[in-house]
Structures are given as C-alpha cells and as structure tokens.
Design a protein around this ligand. Sequence first.
Ligand code: AP5
Ligand code: MG
Length: 213
Amino acid sequence: MRIIIVGPPGAGKGTQAKLIVKDFHIIQLSTGDLLREHRRQETKLGQAAIKYMDGGNLVPDEVILGMVAEEFKKPELKPGYILDGFPRTCPQAKGLDQLLEDRGLALDHVLVLEVPDSELVRRLTARRSCSECGHIYNMVFNPPAVDGICDLDGSPLIHRSDDTEETVVNRLGVYKKQTKPLIDHYQPQGVVRHIDGTGDMQDIYQRILAVLK
Ligand code: AP5
Ligand code: MG
C-alpha cells in the first residue's frame, strides 16, 4: 500500500500515520522527521535546512527530492509506505511521479486531513514529542503520564523550534499557497480522499480505516 497524507501543520498527519503504520505494517516516511534527524546529527543538509524550518518556510525542492530518492533505495520500503509531509509542492509531486514510474508503481490513496485554522494553532503550540522515539503528545489533548517524559521509553519530551505562534501562522500560509494546490495534481488519478480531521483522534482514525479497507 502506498499512501500520501496531506494536511496543514497540526492536522494530525504524524499522529494518524503512526496508527496506520502499526495496523498495515508499512513504513512512515516523514520528510519533517528526516530533516530534524539531519539537524540532530548536524549534517550539511541539516545545517542548511535550519533557516527554512525555523522560519516556517519550505526547504528547496532539490534538497527534498535528493533526500527522498535516497530513502526510496531502502528495501524496508518494499511492503509499502505512507508519505507524511511529502510532496509539498508541484515540482515535488512531479519528482515523486517519476520515482514511482521508474519502479512501475502507483499511489493507492492521497488522504487529505481537513482541520480549521483556529484548531491548528491550539494543537501546535501545545505539542510535545519524544526526543528519541518521536511519539507525539499534546499538553492539552493527550498529555504524557509524567510531565515532560515519554510514556513509551522515558526519554525527555521536546518542543519543536517551529511550534511558536508566529511560525505556525507562516506555516499555515505556506500550506495554502504551495501545498494545497497539490490536491488538484492528484484529482485525475482518482486517489484523493478528504477526511474530516476534527474531533477525537481515534474517531478520525476510524474515518481513515473506512477509506483504506
Ligand atoms: P513537518 O514536520 O512535516 O511539519 P508540518 O507539515 O508543519 O506538520 P506537523 O508535523 O507540524 O503537523 P502534523 O500534521 O504532523 O500534526 P501532529 O500529528 O504532530 O515539516 C516541518 C518543516 O520541515 C516544514 O515547515 C519545512 O520547513 C520542512 N519540510 C518538511 N517536509 C518538507 C518538504 N516536503 N518540502 C519542503 N520542506 C519540508 O499533531 C499536532 C498536534 O496536535 C500534536 O500535539 C497532537 O497530539 C495533536 N493532535 C493530533 N490530532 C489531534 C486531535 N484529533 N485532537 C486534538 N489534538 C490532536
Ligand atoms: Mg508531523
């Protein structure tokens, strides 16, 4: 199964992708997570990405496409994957089309999570994630049992440097201008599924399951 999950910042792409991965035994490929790992390891790519990410702007297409092409070489991706946060621009979508075509593959679903802006800002400013396993928490909606500590592995939780109110507002604008038009790119393939991304996380997951099964 090959899926793309699209949605504005804070729509729950990471949260829902992690649930899908568990049930369908596929891999989550998040370009945001990959970039944060590059930053953590202080690679050249990671250092170059800082100014874009912390301003809430997109990292250049050629950097992202090079990074994804490397990931696509990994055998772990064979059973399927969910692409989270990629593609994000029309050139990236065309790059992905080529990567798939070269392998004789097609997409099964493009899930579009719909959430109003006011809710997104509330979710993001309260987000925390595990510094080791990446599990996603929210200080309001799903807090950890012990403040600041991951329930799963006891590691400290971090606050993403791009989750300030100012950066979130910019990220929302970037989504509307550069990423939302992508939905039209996939429309002719008949794979676009709009999902109501509001309400309880498990209810949203049930809506996704209804589409995937
Ligand atoms: P990326 O990491 O992809 O960030 P994003 O798209 O802004 O999305 P988020 O990860 O912020 O939100 P999410 O939808 O995953 O929500 P989550 O599940 O965590 O990208 C970061 C940056 O990297 C970009 O700005 C750019 O600079 C760069 N980048 C990455 N990919 C790129 C690309 N392809 N091209 C160019 N640049 C790229 O949930 C959010 C919060 O809400 C959590 O606290 C969660 O617990 C909570 N929550 C989730 N669901 C619910 C619910 N139903 N009710 C209440 N709370 C909820
Ligand atoms: Mg995410």
